[in-house]
Design a protein around this ligand. Structure first.
Ligand SMILES: [Zn+2]
Length: 273
């Protein structure tokens, strides 16, 4: 399943990284020679001020006007050396793409499939990171406004699910939480030109499914792990995503899987209109 991590998974990682990294100095950076990471060595010698999140990106402002930008891709994970069975010689210690020597700890970035990205930019300068530079509002902030969402959704002329996945209407929603929010709002993934009432229902459902998953520390199918190596607990609560053939909890109709905009999409053909 190539969908995670999305906003709740990245936020769960952030909540474990921030207290450990904020205020800590990066003494040295070591990179896998094959990793194509942009200028990450520049982080050496700088202090991490905080670990924040925008959409699916982790953002760590550094002193000296720099910023470390991190994207987990599909299989990226951070682990502290020597904790929770993560150490050279232990089972599973592999695929380390970057290592940060901090004042009081060593942090590894592990990534089996290599879709993860690390880079250092001038603080706030995301011009070279297209998705981040054009990211829509944070769904759990006041910036995610129902009236504006309705207008911008209509303006895309796209079907609603592919429109959500562009990240421009709202940040951080991927395949899992798009399917879940559309089911909850009873909106079909291929619907266009939503009425204000339906758009408002979807706006509310997006916030709810993301907030509930953050409470459960995200959805783990296989690869996603938090910094302590533990899985999230949201997978057992999914109603639509990955549930094709199961009965819709609202009306018992068999959930259907189709491909929409190149992505597997599961929905109820009866109650989602
Ligand atoms: Zn249904």
């Amino acid at each position: 399943m190539g969908s995670v991590p999305e906003l709740p998974e990245v936020e769960s990682v952030r909540r474990q990284l921030h207290p450990r990294l904020a205020g800590s100095r990066i003494r040295a950076v070591h990179l896998d020679p094959q990793a194509r990471f942009g200028a990450v060595e520049r982080a050496a010698g700088h202090r991490i001020e905080a670990v924040r999140r925008r959409g699916k990106y982790l953002l760590a402002p550094l002193d000296g006007g720099l910023e470390l930008v991190m994207h987990l891709g599909m299989t990226g994970a951070f682990r502290f050396r020597g904790e929770d069975g993560w150490a050279p010689g232990e089972a599973g210690f592999s695929h380390v793409r970057a290592t940060f020597e901090l004042d009081a700890a060593v942090l590894d970035f592990r990534d089996v499939r290599r879709f993860g990205r690390l880079t250092v930019v001038a603080a706030g300068d995301y011009a070279g990171i297209e998705t981040l530079s054009r990211l829509g509002p944070e769904p759990l902030s006041d910036d995610f406004d129902a009236a504006r969402f309705h207008v911008e959704l209509a303006r895309t002329r796209m079907a609603v699910k592919p429109a959500l996945l562009t990240q421009r209407l709202v940040a951080g929603v991927g395949n899992i939480y798009a399917d879940e929010a559309l089911w909850r709002a009873a909106v079909a993934p291929y619907a266009r030109r939503l009425s204000r009432g339906r758009s408002d229902r979807l706006h509310r459902a997006i916030r709810e499914v993301l907030a509930e998953s953050i409470e459960r520390e995200g959805t783990t199918f296989r690869d996603y792990r938090m910094v302590n190596g533990e899985s999230g607990r949201n997978a057992a609560h999914l109603v639509a995503y990955g549930q094709a053939g199961r009965p819709c909890p609202r009306d018992g109709t068999s959930l259907r899987k189709v491909v929409l905009g190149g992505r597997g999409t599961t929905y109820c053909p009866r109650c989602q209109r």
